[in-house]
Design a protein around this ligand. Structure first.
Ligand code: ZN
Length: 267
């Protein structure tokens, strides 16, 4: 039996999957209602990040329960979807971006599973699974859409949008897109040795690059884009390799925890 591939996303993406509904208990609280079924003949799970009724704002999402719950179902691969604003002015609303790196400027979120011993520092030199990024880029091209080769996502706390000065700062920091749900999700996945990549769609230009920002505009763009997103996701799931030997994700903890003798020397 192949391991299930999980999709984390909004309601527009849910239609890709039909199946059994399940809420899982975790040490961090319950998961949202998961849909467990198949995509392209492969076992798959859909997790609605903001809850079924889109009731959890980005800063209140229980990221740890979500990632823990998926791990407990045997998930080794996650594909996340995010709505983002464009900081890079060469991007336009409706475009697909597969981020290669992330700047975390959130403020209040529980960002780790390792609150105590063993002290654990996971390597995030490649925060997104390079193999999954490749598969997503190929599937995006097959759907007739382009995606920039490298793109840095900024993750802000929300739920408000950013100010023009914040966008200017994030641009100076090298960010191309900005969203509110990329972190700590990507890091929590790595802490549990799960491969994780994200497919983002540009719903609007960031603050200062268009007149105003409205949540309704973001939602409408999401609805418009959901068909092509579902096509890209289905293609990616169909061609995702089962083996994980050509990426660093599955062995992330092997070098992350201090050996007992090192801890003793440090003391
Ligand atoms: Zn990987």
């Amino acid at each position: 039996m192949k391991r299930p591939i999980a999709i984390i996303g909004g309601s527009g993406v849910k239609s890709i999957l039909k199946g059994e509904q399940k809420v899982l208990g975790t040490p961090y609280g319950p998961t949202p209602n998961l849909t467990i079924g198949e995509v392209e003949g492969r076992p798959a799970i859909f997790l609605p990040r903001h809850g079924e009724a889109h009731s959890d704002p980005p800063h209140k999402v229980n990221y740890r329960a979500n990632i823990w719950g998926l791990k407990s179902l045997g998930v080794e691969r996650i594909i996340a979807t995010n709505a983002v604003g464009a900081i890079d002015q060469s991007l336009t609303p409706g475009e697909i971006v597969i981020p290669s790196d992330i700047v975390d400027v959130t403020k209040s979120r529980a960002g780790t599973f390792y609150e105590g011993s063993p002290v654990t520092h996971v390597d995030v030199s490649q925060p997104y699974c390079p193999r999954e990024r490749e598969v997503l880029a190929q599937s995006t091209a097959s759907a007739g859409r382009r995606s920039p080769k490298d793109a840095v996502m900024a993750c802000t706390e929300g739920p408000r949008y950013e100010t023009p000065a914040e966008i200017k700062m994030l641009r100076t920091m090298g960010c191309h897109i900005v969203g509110m749900t990329g972190a700590p999700e990507v890091f929590l996945a790595r802490e549990l040795e799960i491969c994780y990549a994200s497919i983002s769609f540009v719903s609007n230009m960031a603050a200062g690059l268009q007149r105003t920002l409205s949540a309704r505009e973001v939602e409408e763009k999401g609805r418009e884009t959901s068909q092509v997103l579902n096509k890209i996701l289905a293609g990616a799931i169909a061609s995702m390799p089962e083996s994980r030997k050509d990426c660093p994700c599955g062995t992330a903890l092997s070098q992350a925890q201090l050996k007992k003798e090192v801890v003793e020397v440090a003391q």
